[in-house]
Design a protein around this ligand. Structure first.
Ligand code: EPZ
Length: 420
């Protein structure tokens, strides 16, 4: 399947943001740690979430879909701690079932994580954390096995700031005996969201959102109703859509504070960004100015917005740079942008030097991963002529109704399923 689109001027109008994919992917495993029924609202209806729900159903969790964005989950029926169904192999976040099942049953066997190919994506910090909680770790071909006679608190210093490892250890430690301290923890909004959910379930987690998280293990987790925070990256992607099409987009249902790093770069590039309580408006009338961007853990500029800002810089008046400091291989899409006439040189694998051109030209492109796929769509919507973006399955992993939302603000974009 591919998107087919034509750049046709500014995108203007209102967009409503769904729940955060990467928060939801931590919250679903948290939910199965209770034997009570947990209700989750504001779940984004995206492929990664659907796949994780199917994966947990596969081990006996009962999942009741109330409507498109709400489910109830009951984890009392888990009949196996071995998760190697076909669903789990497709996604990265399956690794959270290691922490969740280890915490609850002191034993988990989960297929090695899949997900977007954007670098080596090791899980050594997750495993180091589980060991600190008293677990034995065995890596057996494609499976990761973690097992503990007694899961106890531990003191963990992460060598790299990792979103996944931070959430995974929070999950396991929530039900361990005694106190856990995580130092050099990641601070992303979805870490705070998973901690808030666990705390509402009866966990005792303090410091989420700072780089030291303290967890006092509790005996069990109870039922809760919880609503997932809005998606920071979906928001950022629409902010960038306003910038690249010289549009005016009001983005609703968001937390503006989560967007500070993106907002400040857009302001530097000449856009007007106005924050409201739960909305943000991005207006871009004149030419874009170049800037230098470096991806960093939160509150720095998110790596998941790196391809999108690169598309904006490819059309700015002058020379800009983008330095990727989180993943080793996140510039695969640059060769696609070059087909559109973009002038980008990647140096040392992690720095893109971008010489803005007046206008990108339509081309036939392929999405190499989720965020790069969304960025190529932004490029197509700001280019002259027709663009196709193949491999939209990647985009559907993380964006709900992406094309529909873009059409609602004036984009000429549709899905093509036939052969060319
Ligand atoms: C999460 O991936 C997100 N995925 C990614 O979102 C996001 O890009 C990333 O965090 C950074 O914000 C999910 O939440 C499911 P990390 P994760 O552990 O947890 C290294 C998207 O498009 N590292 O914070 O895999 C690692 O190699 C996706 O929505 C280790 O060395 O990221 C990387 O260089 C893509 N050892 C860096 O740390 C470890 O044990 C950060 O990775 C763990 C990580």
């Amino acid at each position: 399947m591919r998107y087919s689109m034509k750049g046709n001027g500014p995108l203007i109008g209102d967009v409503y943001i769904n729940g955060a994919k990467n928060a939801a992917l931590g919250i679903i495993p948290a939910a199965i740690m209770s034997d009570d029924t947990v209700r989750i609202d504001n779940l984004p209806d995206v492929e990664d979430v659907r796949v994780l729900l199917e994966a947990v159903e596969g081990i006996g969790v009962s999942v009741n879909r109330i409507d498109r964005h709400s489910v109830t989950i009951n984890g009392s029926g888990v009949h196996t701690i071995r998760v190697d169904n076909e669903h789990i192999k497709k996604i990265r976040a399956g690794y959270y079932l290691l922490g969740a099942l280890l915490g609850k049953y002191h034993h988990a066997e989960v297929h090695y994580p899949g997900g977007c190919s954007i670098g080596e994506r090791k899980i050594d910090q997750h495993l180091k954390g589980f060991r600190a909680l008293g677990a034995k770790v065995i890596e057996d071909k494609d499976m990761v096995i973690v097992e503990a006679e007694e899961l106890h608190g531990g003191h963990i210093y992460f060598d790299v700031v990792s979103v996944g490892a931070t959430i995974n250890i929070m999950l396991a430690a929530a039900l361990a005996k005694g106190n856990t301290i995580i130092e050099n923890a990641a601070k992303e909004p979805h870490i705070v969201d998973v901690a808030n959910m666990l705390n509402k379930m009866g966990a005792a987690i303090r410091g989420a959102g700072t780089d030291v998280i303290k967890i006092k293990g509790v005996e069990k987790l109870k039922k809760v109703e919880y609503s997932v925070i809005p998606d920071q990256i979906e928001t950022g992607t629409f902010m960038m859509a306003a910038a690249v099409t010289r549009g005016d987009i009001m983005i609703h249902g968001i937390i503006p504070q989560h967007m500070d790093a993106v907002s400040s770069k857009l302001i530097e590039m000449g856009c007007i960004v106005t924050e409201y309580d739960e909305a943000i408006r991005v207006v871009c009338r004149g030419p874009l100015r170049p800037c230098n961007v470096k991806t960093l853990p939160y509150p720095g500029f998110p790596t998941d917005m790196q391809p999108q800002i690169c598309v904006a810089l490819a059309q700015a008046g002058g020379q800009g740079t983008v330095t990727e400091s989180i993943f080793e291989d996140r510039f695969k899409y640059v060769s696609e942008l070059r087909k559109m006439g973009a002038k980008i040189k990647v140096e040392g694998g992690n720095v893109a030097h971008i010489e803005g051109v007046e206008k990108l030209k339509g081309a036939d492109l392929a999405a190499p991963d989720l965020r790069a796929g969304a960025a190529l769509v932004l490029a197509g919507l700001s280019a002259e002529g027709k663009t196709t973006v193949d491999g939209i399955e990647y985009i559907m992993r993380g964006y709900e109704d992406f094309d529909k939302k873009l059409r609602s603000i004036g984009a000429k974009i549709r899905i093509e399923t036939d052969s060319k």
